[in-house]
Design a protein around this ligand. Sequence first.
Ligand code: HSE
Length: 401
Amino acid sequence: MDKKLQIGLFGFGTVGQGIYRVIEKAPNAHAEIRRICVRDITRHRSAPARLFTDQAADILDDPDTDLIVEVIDNAEASFSIVSEALRRGIPVVSGNKAMIARHLPELIELQKLNNTALLYDASSCGSIPVIRNLEEYYDNDLLLEVKGILNGSSNYILSRVFDHGESYSDALAKAQALGFAESDPTFDIEGFDSLFKLVIITVHALGVYVNPDQIFTYGISTIHDSDIRYAREKGVKIKLVAQVAKVGKGKFTMFVMPEFVRPGKYIYSVDDEYNGVVIRGECYDRQFMFGKGAGALPTASSILSDIMARRHDYRYEYKKMHYLDRPAYTADIDLRIYVRYSSTPVPDLLPFRSIREQYISEESCYVIGDINLEDLRANRDLLSAPDVFVANTSGFFEDLD
Ligand code: HSE
């Protein structure tokens, strides 16, 4: 057999350590970690000291590096390593969703110019092979929607709070201790991690890149007992959902926000750190992918799959980005949302098209109404008030997803 694939690994945090362990379990990968670049070389590590360096050049300049695996958690440092590797023609496997979502157009260009590959299935939904499936299988006009729970930590927190009556802060601390959360967990709970994954998914689903700053994103940090009580009374669960969907001719929309999910929906049963992705299309209706979305080994298993794919020279072709007839992004759609508030006068400030239901009490109030997504986006700051929580009531494509 050929010589072992020599891997230069950047990052030895939760996922980096997972990769080290997973490669040991996978003799058929015929791969070995040659060097590991970390920020602080003095820390004790669970791998032989001779492997570690704090100099990126020790990996990038090494002519025997066949492949770079990058799993550091600083998006800008990650971009500089990944772009430099691609410029040198070294293929890269990365799990860095923030970096990829922010720089994908440039990274696609770099792959083309330097005839090399960047694979990143691990960036979206941990162990679920969502990117490669969207890229390779759903290559047609039939795809209508990709929707799901893309963040393990927030889903874990919601499950612990909703099903086990734990406090939000205890649940968050556990998500951190279990290695699900980002080093800055704001990314998880404010919906940005889901947003970055959604941006990447949309490139492979519809062939269109949308800058993350253009997308309405709302997380779970202001959820309150009264929201949980309301959801329980209605027999639904609150899930943080990311969604991209075609809407009308030649248009699609996308957003991230909590949703009241009814029993019977596939994602209703997606609990703890699991992720679930519903792919809906003409002719085949709905398909559902389910699996662990966070944690060292699930994410490392996806990295391993990309490493194996590189053994066969696999690369994304971004075929859909070259189609003449690509849908255009719009936020001009109406959603029916629930907004809970206490001191912020939400019904006076948010430009609802119509109000369907309103409840006022001393402790907390809520309103359910129809609103344009553009208006929600324009009023994003108002919705950040600590007494406000927003959830989609899933009036959008209600019986389809
Ligand atoms: N923090 C992320 C999550 C890790 O909780 O889903 C996996 O991307």
